[in-house]
Design a protein around this ligand. Structure first.
Ligand code: ADP
Length: 193
């Protein structure tokens, strides 16, 4: 069986920051739907154009778009022991679609690894990241507020979804250094093996 880990958490929780260490240690393909979408935007594709307006508004792109991206990654990536999904699923509909996609392959979600932070820390982290990475969706107060609202309305319900099937595991990221949080995430991953 392949492993399918979901790296979960609000915007700015540090999913992308810790994904490299996890995927290296467990030979997983790191798949960030945000990065895939930004690549489409950079390439100027029609999909990228559609996504840009939504991302810049702090909204989610349509479920079908990200579901298609994820499925094509599962179809094409070889030579790994599994996948580390970062930023997907982000809605209950996406979680249900993922369950279907995996069931059709005789597979299932292995575990959800969640990095929880408070709304105040979300704002702090994104403000810092704006200066470093120059992402348009990090630069505007209104966009950040919408992303936080979108997270609570559409993504947070996934916590219950994965608690109900016993797959949800969480660490708290507030007030600790990147190194300390990375150690917590890696300890949690180790406990799941
Ligand atoms: P962050 O972790 O800071 O939210 P991401 O790179 O994961 O950043 O996502 C950036 C944006 O890309 C999101 O705000 C959203 O508009 C879009 N996006 C990423 N993943 C998804 C997804 N699974 N479903 C819908 N939209 C997504």
């Amino acid at each position: 069986m392949m492993k399918y880990y979901i790296l979960f958490g609000p915007p700015g929780a540090g999913k992308g920051t810790h994904a490299g260490a996890i995927s290296e240690k467990y030979n997983l393909k790191h798949v960030s739907t945000g990065e895939l979408l930004r690549a489409e935007i950079a390439a100027g594709s029609p999909l990228g154009l559609q996504a840009k307006a939504l991302i810049d508004a702090g909204a989610l792109v349509p479920d079908e778009i990200v579901e298609g991206m994820i499925e094509s990654v599962f179809d094409t990536v070889k030579g790994v022991d599994g996948f580390l999904l970062d930023g997907f699923p982000r809605t209950i509909a996406q979680a249900e679609a993922l369950d279907k996609i995996l069931a059709a392959r005789g597979e299932e979600v292995s575990a959800v690894v969640s990095i929880m932070i408070s709304d105040d820390v979300i704002r702090e982290r994104i403000a810092k990241r704006a200066a470093v990475e120059g992402r348009a969706d990090d630069a505007s107060e209104a966009t950040i507020s919408n992303r936080i609202a979108t997270y609570h309305a559409q993504t947070e319900p996934l916590i219950e979804y994965y608690k109900n099937n016993g797959k949800y595991h969480q660490i708290f990221g507030d007030g600790a250094t990147i190194e300390v949080n990375r150690a917590k995430v890696l300890d949690l991953m180790a406990s799941l093996q």
